[in-house]
Design a protein. Structure first.
Length: 120
């Protein structure tokens, strides 16, 4: 049985399929400034779409910090994505995960593309 911290870290590391079984049926994923996904089907579909996009890139995490409490986990990350044309993109993100009795009920994601000079 995975801990809530392990579930959160797997999701933030784009290992979505490892954590689908932990999704509450009424899970919400709020992509701040972009979208609000509701229900397991919508969230899984978005994850699968992300995996298709990520299949064409290489991901390197330059920062991956986790803070965990009894029902909430936050993951602060900076990732470098390199596409098939060797174009690099740096993204800073913070995911906040909320759990109820071990089930993932809500994800709030903040992301912003950053300049490589901001990455330390």
């Amino acid at each position: 049985m995975a801990t809530i911290q392990q579930v959160a870290e797997a999701f933030s590391a784009h290992r979505f399929r490892e954590v689908y079984d932990f999704f509450h049926p009424d899970i919400q994923w709020i992509l701040v400034g972009a979208a609000k996904l509701e229900g397991r089907d919508q969230v899984v579909a978005a994850c699968e779409g992300s995996l298709q996009e990520l299949a064409r890139t290489t991901t390197q995490f330059l920062r991956f910090k986790t803070a965990a409490g009894p029902e909430v986990v936050a993951v602060d990350a900076i990732a470098r994505y390199v596409d098939t044309k060797w174009k690099s993109t740096f993204v800073s993100s913070c995911d906040i995960y909320e759990f109820t009795q071990g089930a993932l009920t809500k994800i709030t994601t903040y992301t912003v593309e950053v300049d490589s000079s901001a990455v330390k």
